[in-house]
Write a protein of this length. Sequence first.
Length: 154
Amino acid sequence: MYPIAQRPTAVSAIVVSMKTMQRNAAALVGVAALAISAAASAAPQSTDKPDNHVVQAKDAVVKGAKVVGEKTKDGVSKTGEVMTDGWITTRVNARFVNEDLLKGSDINVDTDNHVVTLKGTVMTRAGRTKAGVVARGTEGVQRVVNRLTIGSKK
């Protein structure tokens, strides 16, 4: 049995899986690059048109690099969690809970491509500013669009 703090979670399994995928993709890119260079050096020098297997190997390298780029796009937080838009939204909402300036506020948090949009109402101008600062300070947030209005909760 694992102690409570060391129990594997679904998030840790995803992180391990992503790291393994990154290593495998890097190995694939390396092997394909070796195949291309070996095929290029073994190919007759008199033809200007590359052999079909060289083109296929190049295409495989390009495809592998694109897959690695897409899989690692969201990134991993300092705690090893995958930083998706949903993760960022949840994290921003959680950070709003203990903020005194945001008590009595009605804030909707939307995240798209790591850009957080804040909508709703806050009680004061200081609350509006604080919500933007808290959202910007959340790991994984690239930009904040603050559309909060000042007034009573609707």
